[in-house]
Design a protein around this ligand. Structure first.
Ligand code: NAD
Length: 471
């Protein structure tokens, strides 16, 4: 892992052309109309697939350096879903771009009306460090599919990966239409100050507010993909073995530094004693060393310090793990049983390998508990009962609801991906991303004849009655 990842000031220094120069350059490209033809978009999407396939080993090495990630997790978490997103867009784009005819009211007869998707212009993708390829290049897929130019601003906390992204984009994609600018908050603010045509941000909720504030003076529309404190309900009739395995798998991925990882569990009190050993065993079985996830790598010492703080102040019982060595950027996968509901681990998004488990008297209590907090990015229900699954879907407001699994909705490009309330605004993936990066332009075309005199003033009694019928 890289030491520079911890120094904000060093990370904020960007080399090369300034954001103003780069945005001006991309604006000039956009003005030529070069990014609009379907052919250009399809070629760029294909180039993204090639770029990621041929660049996989460089990306895996960079992510091992930045996040201490095993190469296979990089394939699963960054390469495969991004390639799939580009391939899906390439396959469906000719359908998405088609103008759509709509009907007209009597007042507009004779005439034709339709809408079509117009690219927005020069757009910005601001990425986080946790899946630094997927969460910058998948939004880029949407920006390109919609025919835009794009500035990509990867996270300064995954500096080796940011450098690989810059290198790959430079070698595989149309650099007159796309650029990678590296740096931290100051660079991002400077890019936003150029007044872009859309800003697509993935990151924490508080930073999301700063991005939205910086976009506001320019009326730059924003999509905010924010943090999630994603709950999972283990109901009394859940398949406990499957629930334990699926929760352990999705929580272990990237050391729990996943926005849609289960953040905390609400376990029906009637199955709690049976479930807890299954959960601990699943972590042992699925962890790379078979030790339940000791010493999991954390992105920076500062992030590990924050997680160590959560471990030091929860008021619960440690069932597994419990240790942290922030100087080495290591934190154990830790199961905390019955932490204080008001403790920081239950109030903050954990975003690391700590899993609090609380007991609830019933599924209804669990749904009320979830409803009392900010709206999560995703909510999970493990139950064999279709009726309970339906009630959970109807009751819990979240970016997504998944039954009997966690996090997997991210891999279905037909589904809109995004948060609600505190977990964000706007969606992407597949057609939803194309829509996000497009303007829906309305068209009305009327023939000059007939040109009925009665619709123009002055109006008499008869024409007034006719107007009331027509309009
Ligand atoms: P972050 O908010 O710290 O940083 C994200 C990006 O914002 C970085 O590129 C950073 O340089 C930039 N940034 C930071 N401060 C800024 C400022 N003041 N003005 C403008 N830009 C600024 O997030 P992170 O630590 O990289 O990622 C973790 C967070 O992201 C977690 O909360 C996680 O839940 C969330 N996340 C959400 C999703 C999702 O799809 N909803 C996916 C991954 C991560």
């Amino acid at each position: 892992m890289n030491d520079t990842a911890t120094t904000e000031s060093a990370a904020d220094v960007a080399d090369g052309p300034s954001p103003a120069e780069e945005v001006r350059r991309l604006r000039a490209t956009f003005a030529t109309g070069r990014t609009k033809p379907l052919r250009w978009r399809l070629d760029q999407l294909r180039a993204i697939e090639t770029m990621l396939t041929e660049g996989e080993s460089a990306i895996a090495a960079a992510l091992a350096e930045d996040l201490g990630r095993p190469a296979n997790d990089t394939f699963l978490g960054d390469i495969a879903p991004t390639v799939a997103e580009a391939a899906f867009a390439r396959k469906h784009l000719h359908q998405w771009v088609k103008p759509r005819r709509v009907g007209l009211p009597l007042s507009q007869f004779p005439g034709r009306a339709w809408y079509e998707y117009e690219p927005l212009g020069v757009t910005l993708v601001i990425g986080p460090w946790n899946y630094p390829v997927y969460l910058t290049i998948a939004p880029l897929v949407a920006a390109i599919a919609a025919g835009n130019c794009a500035v990509i601003k990867p996270s300064e906390h995954a500096p080796a990966t940011a450098t690989v992204i810059a290198d790959l984009v430079g070698r595989y994609l149309d650099t007159d239409a796309m650029t990678v600018l590296q740096g931290g908050p100051a660079v991002t603010q400077e890019i936003l100050a150029q007044g872009l045509d859309h800003a697509f941000f993935t990151g924490g909720t508080e930073v999301g507010k700063a991005v939205m504030a910086a976009a506001a003076p320019h009326l730059t529309p924003v999509t905010l993909e924010l943090g999630g404190k994603c709950p999972a309900l283990i109901a009394s009739d859940a398949d406990l073995d499957v629930a334990a395995r699926r929760i352990a798998w999705t929580k272990l991925m990237n050391s729990g530094q996943t926005c849609i990882a289960p953040d905390y569990l609400l376990v029906d009190a009637s199955v709690r004693e049976e479930f807890l050993p299954k959960l601990a065993n699943a972590f042992r079985e699925l962890s790379p060393q078979g030790d339940g996830g000791r010493n999991m790598p954390i992105v920076t010492a500062r992030h590990a310090e924050r997680l160590a703080g959560l471990l030091g102040n929860h008021g619960g019982r440690v069932l597994l793990g419990g240790n942290a060595t922030p100087a080495e950027r290591k934190v154990d996968l830790t199961i905390l049983v019955d932490p204080e509901p008001e403790s920081p681990v239950m109030k903050e998004e954990i975003f690391g390998p700590i899993l609090p488990v609380l007991s609830v008297e019933s599924a209804d209590v669990a749904m009320r508990t979830i409803g009392a907090g900010p709206k999560p990015l995703a909510a999970y229900v493990f139950s064999e009962s279709k009726a309970l699954q339906r009630r959970f879907r109807d009751t819990v407001s979240a970016g997504a609801v998944v039954a009997n699994h966690a996090a997997m909705h991210v891999l279905a490009p037909e589904l809109p991906f995004g948060g609600v309330g505190n977990s964000g605004m706007g969606t992407y993936h597949g057609k939803w991303g194309f829509e996000t990066f497009s303007h829906r332009k309305a068209h009305l075309s009327r023939p000059t004849r007939p040109d009925l005199r009665i619709v123009y003033p002055p109006y008499n009694k008869l024409t007034q009655r006719l107007l009331r019928f027509i309009f």
